[in-house]
Design a protein around this ligand. Structure first.
Ligand code: PGA
Length: 227
């Protein structure tokens, strides 16, 4: 059975109170459902709620890993405003690097992203590296690649799963068979069509992760998939 990843990305959303509320709602649902060992659920939250999520996750024994959405390309030091990989240690195990929105709005280049990957890997963070196509470079340190075609992100129009499957296959074969996930407007209704594809090892979700009940339905879809 293939290992599947469900990666939630809250983007720039949620106050501390809202994050606590999300955890409280989802933890009630977990009393009925057990996540199987072939499924990894990873919540990539803003830095501002990392500490509280880490606390709540351990108190409530939440069956998910915590991640952040970007990381500095610099180590600790005089880099005002930056969050270094070392600062995140103990708060998160995963980091998203190279999300399409970081590339588009913050002009993060391939070279800068590869520096970020070095910092993350050097500090023991698991990298989920995002690309928009098969041509963008992928660092060897990535534990998974998240393929997200720009037009599908936040548009409500996900890509045809068969097309995504072909793209994920190409990316995976180019990079030592790294697991490749699809992201872009995935919902609890469409998720199955993606995870059933042979070369798609999970999905990334933005909008559908903000509501804990919707996100829980995605977890259920993953948990019932036995392909
Ligand atoms: P979306 O975002 O699910 O809201 O389209 C996906 C992503 O950017 O990871």
């Amino acid at each position: 059975m293939k290992q599947l990843y469900l990666v939630a990305n809250w983007k720039s959303n949620k106050t501390v109170e809202e994050a606590k509320e999300w955890v409280s709602v989802i933890s009630h649902n977990f009393s009925d459902v057990k996540i199987p060992s072939h499924v990894s659920v990873i919540l990539c939250a803003p830095f501002t709620v990392s500490a509280i999520l880490q606390q709540e996750a351990s108190t409530l024994a939440l069956p998910m890993h915590l991640g952040v959405q970007t990381i500095s390309s610099y180590p600790n030091g005089a880099y005002t405003g930056e969050i270094s990989a070392q600062m995140v240690k103990g708060l998160a195990d995963y980091v998203l690097i190279g999300h399409s929105e970081r590339r588009r709005y913050f002009h993060e280049s391939d070279a800068e992203l590869l520096e970020k990957a070095k910092q993350a890997a050097g500090n023991g963070l698991n990298i989920i590296y995002c690309v928009e196509n098969a041509d963008q470079p992928v660092p060897t340190e990535a534990v998974a690649v998240l393929y997200e075609p720009q037009a599908a992100i936040g548009s409500g129009k996900s890509e045809d799963p068969a097309i995504s499957n072909t793209m994920c296959k190409t990316i995976s074969e180019k990079h030592s068979n790294v697991p490749v996930l699809y992201g872009g407007s995935v919902t609890e209704e469409t998720v199955k069509g993606f995870i059933e594809q042979p070369y798609i090892s999970g999905v990334g979700v933005g909008g559908a992760s903000l509501d804990p009940v919707r996100f829980f339905h995605l977890i259920e879809a993953f948990s019932s998939y036995a392909g």
